[in-house]
Design a protein around this ligand. Structure first.
Ligand code: C5P
Length: 239
């Protein structure tokens, strides 16, 4: 990841319920960030044309936060279809198991355009009590996240989404080249909103993050382009 420029580490979460806001912000941030994250709210509001509209607005890389989780054959078909749309990165739930993860990897590698394939380990909305009681998974969240990251790596995925808290353990287990995509980022002095576990851009890059997923710290700023530039500067200062 060391060959990435500071601004290329920033992926902006386009958490909008309409295409126009997403396209306007992509246009404004073109060349100032590494890519945009399109989640289920935006796709279900704006339709799949959103991918080509964002590309036309200057979004060089699109991370489709699809979080596919189904039987291997179905997930493989969905990953293949997403790849055909030209997305740069797409994700699946690691909890689908190794057969599903391997099918997703094969599908991602089967076409002309090969997206980065990323696993979602344990949703950060689940704490240790939920892990034990709801999912009946023993141990700590960090143990389970690290286990699932290793499972993703051995199934051929390029990386995982994780919280800043698990980043160091994933780096130790999966090595320096495994892609880590980290949400929950707040520059010093910016409101944390509903995020409980946040870290600054600089600290997260220092801890080994490949990419930072940043939503409201940029989308909610009075000057989103200036906010993106300030975060790039902070990343540059720790590299
Ligand atoms: O506005 P904020 O920076 O908190 O947005 C973070 C983005 O990252 C949102 O799109 C959110 O859904 C996503 N995300 C997260 N925590 C996770 C996984 C994804 O906040 N564990």
């Amino acid at each position: 990841m060391s060959n990435l420029l500071p601004h290329e580490r920033i992926l902006v979460a386009l958490d909008y319920d309409n295409a126009d806001d997403a396209v306007r912000l992509s246009h404004l941030l073109a060349g100032k960030i590494g890519g945009v994250k399109v989640g289920l709210e935006l796709v279900n509001s704006a339709g799949f044309d959103i991918f080509s509209r964002l590309a036309d607005a200057g979004a060089a890389r699109i991370f489709y936060d699809a979080k596919f989780h189904d039987i291997p054959n179905t997930v493989a078909g969905a990953v293949k279809a997403a790849a055909k749309r030209g997305v740069w990165m797409v994700n699946v739930h690691a909890g689908g198991g190794s057969a599903m993860l391997k099918a997703a990897t094969d599908a991602a590698h089967s076409g002309d355009h090969v997206p980065l394939l990323i696993g979602v380990t344990i949703l950060t909305s689940l704490d240790e009590a939920a892990l034990h009681t709801d999912l009946r998974v023993p141990g700590t969240v960090a143990d389970q996240v690290t286990h699932l990251a290793a499972l993703c790596q051995s199934a051929g995925l390029d990386g995982v989404v994780a919280s800043p808290l698990e980043l160091a353990a994933i780096r130790r287990t999966c090595g320096p080249d495994f892609v880590t995509v980290i949400p929950g980022i707040r520059p010093a002095g910016v409101a944390t909103h509903d995020q409980a576990r946040v870290a600054t851009p600089g600290a997260t890059i220092l801890a080994g993050a490949s990419y930072l997923v940043i939503g409201r710290a940029i989308t909610g700023a009075s000057d989103p382009a200036a906010a993106a530039d300030a975060i790039s500067q902070e990343i540059r200062s720790v590299l």
